[in-house]
Design a protein around this ligand. Structure first.
Ligand SMILES: *[C@@H]1O[C@H](CO)[C@@H](O)[C@H](O)[C@H]1NC(C)=O
Ligand SMILES: *[C@@H]1O[C@H](CO)[C@@H](O)[C@H](O)[C@H]1NC(C)=O
Ligand SMILES: *[C@@H]1O[C@H](CO)[C@@H](O)[C@H](O)[C@H]1NC(C)=O
Ligand SMILES: [Cu+2]
Length: 611
């Protein structure tokens, strides 16, 4: 019943996606395993390029092929196949996915990470620069099996490139979906990938923040690459009614919508006018359905929601509101939920910025450990019951925060130390356990024989990697294959209200505890609470995630079995944080646990002649 419906809708739906749909975009049936090949041509590009003709003064031109209109503001960006978002990957579980990346950039490198795909057996294709592979210069083929069904996405893992628009959806469907009974329609047009958007290149934003006294301003939000510039007035720019993303639905059906937060800076609240959302999965893991009126998505998170079209035939806003770091510019973005038979026009309501959660239940609210009408990840229950083992083999504390240190990348101890510059020049340094991550010189995964002078091991003496008050190294946590691991993630919260969405490569983890300690906290404080038995863990069917937020001045505790050998990044998913060093590596198992390095795999290493 369902597959037929899916096929029907795929044919009926009119969006551009189906016009150029890939042969792997299909109803999944047993025994039909395919090789799905994609070419990614990467180049420096621009919004409102010549491909856009007279857009935005002629709005019809904005939807021309290869035109990236975004929110109608001119800026340089990077693009794959001149698309924003980049090409969607829609495959079936077990398909072989082959992505050929051609780097057409004038002077930069690339890597692509498949966020939510665990790459078990395909570790070399995780796309973590200097952890799993050398950054791509010449054409490079990612070649792996889509073993993790659900809503995932791919994005650049090089520098600021994700925020320069190098990302796209990756959805892996199944022959039999355990959530099948909760929806009637699941089509590719109902995938919504959102990001916060700058009107300057992200690299400029980053360097201006680090070295130029300029606080980053997030200008707007894009939904499937489209949006209105709500910041236009403040910028002195004309306001255009840019084409928005339209989500076509038929009255009386339950539609699965896949929401992906690909942004780099702020949490985004999602709600749908006159409709509730029933959350059935997050981070490609099914949960017992939860009906809410709004939810907050942190960078890297995905939520699959079912929207039942039980209202009158009309147009409705799907609202995306930027909060926290976005409050300054107050971005609100809309996609249009259009019932079949409704006029091709905007919803009647006005799209106004309002950071308050709408009346009703909110899921995953900022800095909340739950309460009346507030559900957290702790309130989500895995669809398939399971028990987290009571004991763990390894426990690690990872404390995230911004520190006042003489970061050698920002200060000079001799000429302008942190203590010696005016307040306006003081930029704090993102760290994990007081360490700023720097990448190794060569990827330990694919070049295991190479010496690793920058690697420091958790639990060993790190003083050789410190200069004064500043420590930086390639921070590695070692665990044996098969060990059960608990991570106590802490947001110390000494630098105002912040958030650090924690993402781990290669695994999903059970979220077993979340709590707030105070305005600020420390690892010691959390450890004390725990030793007094004051931190309870939920071991019965907690939600499985790969990205989770930490309450400011609090903790999130996760557990998993380290059953995937390799070198896996664990990092804050905010791009300005991770690229400035809020990263560590989980090293699971030994080289002998891994498949052999693919023949001819590109290498890189330090080169220095003798003197
Ligand atoms: C706007 O662009 C469309 C498509 O290129 C074209 O057909 C139309 O004539 C243009 N309208 C105006 C007013 O120039
Ligand atoms: C949506 O809900 C609002 C507030 O309850 C109501 O005023 C409006 O008429 C509804 N819109 C439609 C199209 O039903
Ligand atoms: C940075 O270096 C200066 C000069 O050595 C020193 O006085 C200061 O305490 C150091 N730390 C910070 C946070 O400024
Ligand atoms: Cu962070």
């Amino acid at each position: 019943m369902l597959p037929l419906l899916l096929l029907l809708f795929a044919i009926v739906s009119n969006a551009s996606v189906s016009a150029q749909s890939h042969e792997c975009e299909r109803t999944c049936i047993p025994g039909d395993i395919r090789t799905c090949a994609y070419e990614f041509h990467l180049q420096e590009y621009h919004t409102l390029s010549r491909a856009c003709f007279n857009c935005p003064s002629n709005l019809t031109d904005c939807t021309r092929p290869e035109c990236i209109a975004a929110d109608g503001v001119r800026r340089p960006l990077l693009a794959i196949n001149r698309m924003l978002p980049g090409p969607s990957i829609n495959v079936c579980e077990g398909d072989r996915v082959v992505v050929d990346v051609y780097n057409g950039q004038l002077s930069d490198v690339e890597t692509i990470h498949f966020h939510g795909q665990h790459m078990k057996g395909h570790q070399y294709y995780d796309g973590a620069p200097f952890a799993t592979q050398c950054p791509i210069v010449a054409p490079f083929r990612y070649d792996f099996v889509a073993n993790n069904p659900g809503t995932t996405f791919w994005h650049s893992h090089s520098g600021m490139h994700r925020a320069e628009a190098i990302y796209g959806a990756m959805v892996v469907r199944q022959v039999e979906d355990p959530q099948e009974g909760t929806y009637d329609v699941d089509i590719t047009d109902h995938t919504l990938i959102v990001q916060d958007w700058f009107h300057r290149s992200a690299l400029e934003v980053f360097t201006s923040r680090m070295h130029g006294q300029t606080f980053p301003v997030i200008n707007s939000i894009l939904v499937n690459g489209r949006g209105w510039n709500t910041y236009a007035e403040k910028e002195g720019l004309p306001k255009y009614e840019m084409p928005l993303t339209v989500v076509n639905m038929k009255k009386g059906l339950r539609h699965r919508v896949r929401l992906i937060q690909a942004g780099g800076s702020c949490p985004i609240m999602v709600s749908v006018d006159n409709h509730t959302m029933t959350v059935i999965a997050s981070d490609a893991q099914n949960i017992e359905p939860l009906t809410v009126t709004s939810l907050v998505m942190y960078s890297g998170e995905r939520f699959d929601v079912v929207i039942e079209t039980d209202q009158e035939v009309a147009n409705y806003w799907i609202r995306f509101t930027g909060i926290l770091d976005c409050l300054f510019s107050q971005p609100i973005q809309g996609a249009i939920l259009r019932y079949e038979g409704a006029h091709d026009q905007l919803p009647k309501e006005i799209l106004l910025f309002n950071p308050d959660y709408p009346p009703g239940v909110v899921l995953n609210p900022l800095n909340s450990i739950g309460g009346p009408e507030q559900l957290t990840v702790m309130d989500m229950t895995a669809l398939e019951p399971y028990t987290v083992p009571d004991a763990v083999d390894k426990q690690f504390y990872l404390a995230f925060d911004f520190k006042e240190v003489n970061n050698t990348a920002l200060y000079s101890e001799d000429y302008y130390p942190y203590s010696g510059v005016d307040r306006s020049w003081k930029v704090r340094t993102p760290q994990v356990n007081g360490i700023t991550f720097i990448p190794p010189y060569s990827p330990p995964l694919s070049q295991p024989e190479e010496p690793q002078p920058t690697v420091c091991i958790h639990g060993e003496d790190i003083s050789p990697f410190c200069q004064g008050d500043f420590c930086s190294c390639s921070y590695v946590f070692n665990v044996a294959l098969g060990e059960s691991v608990e991570l106590v993630l802490i947001d110390e919260g000494t630098f105002g209200v912040d958030n650090h969405p924690f993402h781990m490569h290669g695994h999903s983890f059970s979220v077993v505890a979340m709590g707030k300690v105070g305005e600020v906290t420390t690892a010691e404080e959390v450890a004390n609470l725990d030793s007094q038995g004051l931190i309870e863990r939920r071991l019965e069917s907690p939600a499985l995630k790969d990205t989770v937020n930490i309450v400011d001045g609090g903790y999130t505790i996760v557990r998993f079995k380290a059953d995937n050998p390799g070198y896996w990044l664990m990092h804050c998913h905010l791009i300005l944080h991770s690229e400035a060093g809020m990263v560590a590596i989980l090293h699971v198992g030994e080289q002998s646990d891994l498949p052999p390095v693919p023949e001819g795999f590109p290498t890189c290493k330090k080169f220095m002649t003798e003197i």
